[in-house]
Design a protein around this ligand. Structure first.
Ligand SMILES: [Zn+2]
Length: 465
């Protein structure tokens, strides 16, 4: 007897995978009440009402639908120093704070990412472990000029260089000559160069002065890195960018004076952008003295006048991107009577961004579009990911979060941290802003304050060439 042919199942009606319904959608241009329609991980429609069939409806009434944050500055330390953080913990904490994509820095992982092979090794690990999408920085160090083309071909989002001691021996800081040569090469390769801008000789001299006076406390550390340490390095980097035509990104600018130098160079057509970090906008030097090791970073957090001025610079458009510079370390490296010996770096990937928004509650609807620019759109544009990342519009990846402002203040506790070590500069702070849901390419990563059970893993994102 001939086997009967099984009837084919009826084709599924053409529909959406997801509708995000009834939220207030934030873009750099403004805020609009709209629904998002998502199919195959992409936003396919933004309209005032979408009532098609969809497999999932996410009710967003009472929330802002915020573009997924692209954090262009994290140190997740994997491979090699996984016990400091790691890609799984780091990406989860990022997602809990509204982030959908991180750019991992080339140092603190071991081996450092200074050639194509080390970039590929980190990429493989992140594809297995990260719940958010990711891009990878390559390193520009003395002696790796001939490996920069390999880094580009392997998909590096840019090159990072240290103008002062990086703290790790495997990632050497760069002298002016190597930086010039590196920038020439990077310009040819179409790679942006990011610099940690602090002058090594000045920092070393002021540090030695403090130590010679027998001063080793937090105040001595702050005094060892006055603003001129940062300004001298920014000036030099700007000069070299102008001379070589290389695109320059100055990371973690801590001072309005530094931003002014960058704005002047930009006006003279130097291709430069500036990043600052939440901690420079949220904390001042007096709070650093109180907080101690959790608030140690370089460049140092400056006085209240500078903090307030940084907000003015942000609103004036002189800061193009805000990145967390999440840089954790095990607790035992954060305790020493000698403040200089404590590992520097602020862990803040989970709460830094929502806390920034919390600072603006009185002007929220005016400021949210600005945050959509500096946390998403500008980052995607500067690093050439803007064909598909950084904007809530049709054709873009469905990377977004739901942001809720509650009437009640919530006090941040160590228990709620998803980072490997429950250390953060922001424990104890009060906030009314939280991200309740985070979706990457249309799939939930973080939902109702919990990790969403999902098989989706992060995707390696490469710049458009
Ligand atoms: Zn950093």
């Amino acid at each position: 007897m001939a086997k009967q042919k099984k009837a084919l199942p009826a084709p599924e009606p053409e529909g959406l995978d997801l509708i995000v319904r009834g939220g207030r959608v934030v873009t750099p241009e403004g805020i609009a009440e709209a629904d998002l329609g998502v199919a195959n991980g992409k936003i396919v429609r933004v309209a005032s009402v979408i009532d098609d069939h969809a497999s999932e409806i996410l009710e967003a009434g009472g929330c802002y639908v915020f573009p997924g944050i692209l954090d262009a500055h994290v140190h997740f330390n994997e491979p090699g120093r996984t016990e400091w953080e790691g890609l799984a913990h780091g990406s989860l904490a990022l997602a809990a704070g509204g982030g959908t994509c991180f750019f991992d820095m080339p140092l603190n992982s071991e081996p450092p990412v200074i050639d194509a092979a080390s970039l590929r090794a980190k990429r493989t690990l992140a594809e297995q472990k990260s719940c958010t999408d990711f891009a990878l920085w390559g390193g520009l160090v003395p002696g790796n000029l001939d490996r920069l083309a390999g880094l580009r071909d392997a998909g590096a989002v840019g090159l990072k260089a240290f103008m002062c001691n990086s703290g790790v021996d495997s990632f050497q800081n760069i002298d002016a000559h190597s930086l010039r040569e590196g920038m020439k090469r990077a310009a040819k390769l179409g790679l942006i160069v990011a610099v940690h801008a602090e002058d090594d000789a000045l920092a070393a001299r002021y540090t030695a002065e403090q130590k010679a006076k027998g001063r080793f406390n937090v105040r001595a550390y702050l005094a060892s890195r006055p603003v001129e340490v940062e300004l001298a390095a920014i000036r030099q980097a700007l000069e070299l960018a102008g001379e070589t035509g290389c695109a320059l990104h100055v990371v973690h600018v801590s001072s309005p004076e530094g931003l002014d130098l960058i704005a002047e160079a930009k006006a003279q057509r130097v291709d430069v952008s500036a990043e600052t970090c939440p901690h420079y906008l949220l904390l001042n030097d007096k709070e650093v003295v109180k907080l101690g090791a959790v608030a140690k970073c370089a460049p140092v957090i400056r006085d209240e006048r500078s903090r307030v001025a940084l907000w003015s610079e942000l609103r004036a458009g002189n800061i193009q991107t805000v990145g967390s510079d999440h840089s954790p370390a095990p607790p035992e490296m954060k305790t020493s009577k000698n403040f200089f010996a404590i590992w520097g770096g602020i862990a803040g990937v989970q709460h830094g961004f929502p806390l920034l928004i919390n600072e603006c509650l009185e002007t929220l609807e005016r400021d949210l579009p600005l945050f959509a620019a500096v946390l998403a759109r500008n980052v995607a544009r500067r690093f050439r990911l803007d064909e598909h990342k950084g904007l809530l519009a049709a054709g873009f990846d469905a990377d977004f979060s739901l942001l809720r402002v509650s009437d009640q203040k919530h006090k941040i506790t160590a228990d709620e941290l998803w980072t490997q070590h429950r250390i953060s500069a922001y424990v104890g702070r009060q906030t009314r802003v939280r991200f309740t849901h985070t979706y990457v390419r249309g799939r939930p990563i973080w939902a109702d304050g919990r990790i969403a059970p999902t098989a989706q893993k992060g995707k390696f994102i490469q710049p458009q060439r």
